[in-house]
Design a protein around this ligand. Structure first.
Ligand SMILES: [Zn+2]
Length: 210
């Protein structure tokens, strides 16, 4: 049975400009593309978080996904994720890492590189990996190296790095499996401001329960 307790996972992009405030901000490069291209890229990133959260067996539902394009073509995605609290804590922690890395992994899958600033996503992934390792968790999700390795390094212990790498591979493998649905969602959230669970189900298919 799903507990009613909701956790708002900050999957969204901050609209703040200062990197010190965190957030997966668009990297301001001279060749950063048109606003339309940036929005498409950011939608790809955010759809990655959403697809993994949707199909993750320890998340009961994903509600009120909100997309807010801003003047610069950045986007904000905020989802309310309802955890299935009957799942073992270790499994929930593992999926938290995978969901945190899913946006970056989606960029890598679709474009072959990561172009958003990723401080907030990495902070969340690392915090979850630390918690996972501190509790003595052993990784039971994808253990093979799928796709390219993580394109960035994080200052952490070897055990945390191993967990992060496996979470990255898990996100990549799942996104590759759901690639068509991910592309559909990315196209829709580039123009839609808000989606609820029923609309997500129509786009992504029925949510699989553990
Ligand atoms: Zn993100």
């Amino acid at each position: 049975m799903l507990a009613a307790l909701a956790i708002v996972i900050a999957l969204g992009l901050l609209t703040a400009r200062a990197p010190s405030r965190g957030g997966a901000l668009w990297r301001r490069e001279p060749s950063g593309g048109t606003p339309e291209e940036r929005l498409a890229w950011l939608s790809t990133h955010e759809a990655g978080h959403a697809v993994i959260a949707w199909h993750c067996p320890v998340v009961g539902s994903v509600t009120d996904m909100i997309i807010e394009p801003t003047r610069g073509g950045d986007a904000l995605w905020q989802g309310r994720v309802l955890h299935d609290w009957s799942a073992p804590p270790e499994t929930r922690r593992a999926w938290d890492i995978v969901i945190a890395l899913a946006g970056l992994s989606a960029e890598m899958l679709c474009y072959g590189q990561v172009r958003t600033l990723l401080l907030r996503d990495l902070d969340e992934a690392l915090a979850a990996a630390r918690s996972f390792c501190r509790q003595g968790g052993s990784w039971t999700l994808c253990v093979a190296q799928v796709g390219p390795p993580m394109p960035f390094t994080v200052r952490c212990t070897d055990a945390e790095a191993l967990v992060l790498g496996r979470a990255w591979a898990t996100a990549y493998a799942l996104l590759a499996y759901h690639r068509e649905a991910h592309a559909r969602l990315a196209a829709i959230i580039a123009v839609r401001r808000r989606l609820n669970d029923a609309e997500l189900a129509a786009i992504l298919g029925p949510k699989v329960r553990a």
